[in-house]
Write a protein that binds this ligand. Structure first.
Ligand code: ZN
Ligand code: ZN
Length: 377
């Protein structure tokens, strides 16, 4: 992945400060989410707190990250002072120094424990004001280098899934477990250049496939079952997300029908994605089709979510999500039908919102109905 252009973060601290100060009247912004810090500065360490102010920003981290922080910040074009703190007391003092002189300091209530809030309140003299999701909102729109990472992660997952299909076919004649398939996928994604899986890979077969977030077990893949595989790769901090459903050998006619319907609903959802469309309308495009067949109750989750530095982030594509999609957002479209005792089907693509439609990052085939073992003569 060495050919990827760096993610240029210059100007992001200023944009975050302006957004928070205009909306909440703050004059300093405390940032405690590591994903937000990475988005603002390019810093990917596991410890850090930031204070963003008009014209200056400070990253407080510990001694392990002294070289990494200065190198990553300069590569990313971040104009941020780095302060090293030796322990938690030192960190609190450094935050207090960086906030000094402000009267209202914003923090994101989604990203602090009650204990941390108590500690910050005790050591910071300015008034602490909850500012909800300001940076997460800005993170919705991905720059071209960010899109390239998501695209590269999607390609890796596509490649790994294509390589794992012979293993699925072999399940018709030998013992293959959900965990075997997961292990193979995760090994292949690393081999193809991923830093790791994007999340815990889901491989769910038979009745397990009726559970949208099933974790792989030693259950054997067997003829007649649906197998839901939800897989993504991680590339330089950015995630991909994709689901395909395979039907093994001769399957119940109901599973075949569910697969056809989910494929149709998913295509309707992808076709509905473009800038300006209200997020709930994408959800409606998928949900309405299931409703026409009396199966709305079997679609038990939202249609999609944003993907970036986090696997689930803004925007949300679900009922009552009344914000319009914007050019540069990366979202999933993933309707599914889940029937307890029989099985489930989900098909998920990752797409980039464009002004006239969307660009699909995930390319794995969706026609994998009734895989069969090769004929022997
Ligand atoms: Zn997924
Ligand atoms: Zn997803």
């Amino acid at each position: 992945m060495s050919s990827l252009a760096p993610v240029d973060v210059s100007g992001r601290c200023g944009r975050a400060f302006t957004a928070a100060s205009e909306r909440f009247g703050i004059d300093a912004l405390l940032v405690t989410s590591l994903n937000d810090i990475r988005w603002l500065t390019g810093f990917s360490g596991s410890t850090g707190v930031m204070v963003v102010r008009a014209g200056s920003s400070t990253l407080i981290t510990d001694g392990r990250y002294v070289h990494q922080a200065s190198e990553q910040l300069s590569n990313a074009g971040a104009n941020v002072d780095v302060v090293l703190a030796k322990d938690s007391v030192d960190t609190l003092e450094s935050i207090s120094d960086a906030v000094r002189g402000s009267s209202k300091c914003g923090y994101d209530p989604n990203e602090l424990t009650v204990r941390q809030l108590q500690q910050y309140s005790a050591s910071i003299t300015s008034e602490l004001i909850g500012v909800d999701g300001v940076i997460q909102h800005l993170r919705r729109i991905k720059s071209v280098p960010e899109q390239q990472r998501i695209s590269a992660a999607s390609e890796i997952a596509d490649r790994a899934l294509a390589h794992v299909e012979p293993l699925l076919t072999s399940a018709l004649t030998s013992d293959v477990t959900e965990r075997d398939v997961r292990d193979e996928l995760e090994m292949l994604m690393r081999r193809f250049g991923a830093d790791g899986p994007s999340y815990e890979t889901i491989v769910a077969t038979g009745v397990n496939s009726a559970l949208p977030h099933h974790r792989p077990t030693f259950a054997l893949l067997r003829e007649g079952q649906s197998v839901v595989i939800d897989v993504g790769a991680l590339v330089d901090g950015y995630h991909s997300d994709m689901t395909r459903t395979y039907l093994l050998g001769d399957c119940d006619a109901e599973l075949v029908r569910m697969h056809q319907l989910v494929k149709e609903a998913q295509a309707l959802g992808v076709r509905a994605v473009k800038a300006g469309v209200i997020a709930s309308e994408i959800d409606g495009a998928c949900r309405d089709l299931f409703g026409q067949y009396g199966l709305g109750h079997e679609f038990s989750h939202g249609t999609g979510h944003g993907v970036g530095l986090q696997i689930h982030e803004m925007p949300w594509l679900r009922k009552n999500a009344n914000e319009p999609l914007q050019v540069g957002e990366v979202v999933t479209v993933e309707p599914g039908l889940y029937r307890v005792g029989l099985g489930g089907v989900r098909i998920e693509d990752l797409v980039l919102v464009e002004s006239t439609g969307c660009h699909v990052f995930t390319h794995s085939q969706k026609e994998h109905l009734c895989l069969r073992s090769p004929l022997t003569t």
